[in-house]
Design a protein around this ligand. Sequence first.
Ligand code: HEM
Length: 134
Amino acid sequence: MAKRPPRFSGGSGLNLKRTVTMSEDGNQTQVVYWPRVKEILDGIMARWTERWERQPLPGIHTYYWETSQELKDSVLSGLRTIEPGLPARETNLVKALARAVGTSGKMPLRGPFLSTEEVDEVVAWIDGGMPDGP
Ligand code: HEM
């Protein structure tokens, strides 16, 4: 099994947070639930804060994802993070984390950034209908 990148959220380590991978007819279907997405986003911001030794400046945009609803409702710099019905890779959230969005750079700005696998998990969650849990 591939080695997972370290986790930085200092979470409880509950198995609930695990990503479930199923195989159907030889295809890999990744089922990702909200606690894992929150862990990924909290983790990358923890790494950002550690790297730059400061909290992100308030006012540029807010980082609200205590609940999946908060993330779904958030609008960052005038851009809605997740547009209902839009494929995950076309949402501003995934564009921001994977490449860049609008005139802003890849997020979190100046890095460190998510791994490709972590971006794929966020994509799987959005395209899977953003389930909170099984
Ligand atoms: C729709 C998606 C997003 C947009 C439009 C956006 C836009 C921006 C803009 C305009 C800035 C300020 C750029 C500057 O000062 O030159 C910024 C900074 C930043 N963004 Fe985003 N962003 C998005 C998503 C995210 C996400 C998902 C994260 C975290 C996982 C994130 C983390 C940060 C951080 C850490 C900074 C730097 C704040 C600082 O220097 O204090 N952004 N973003």
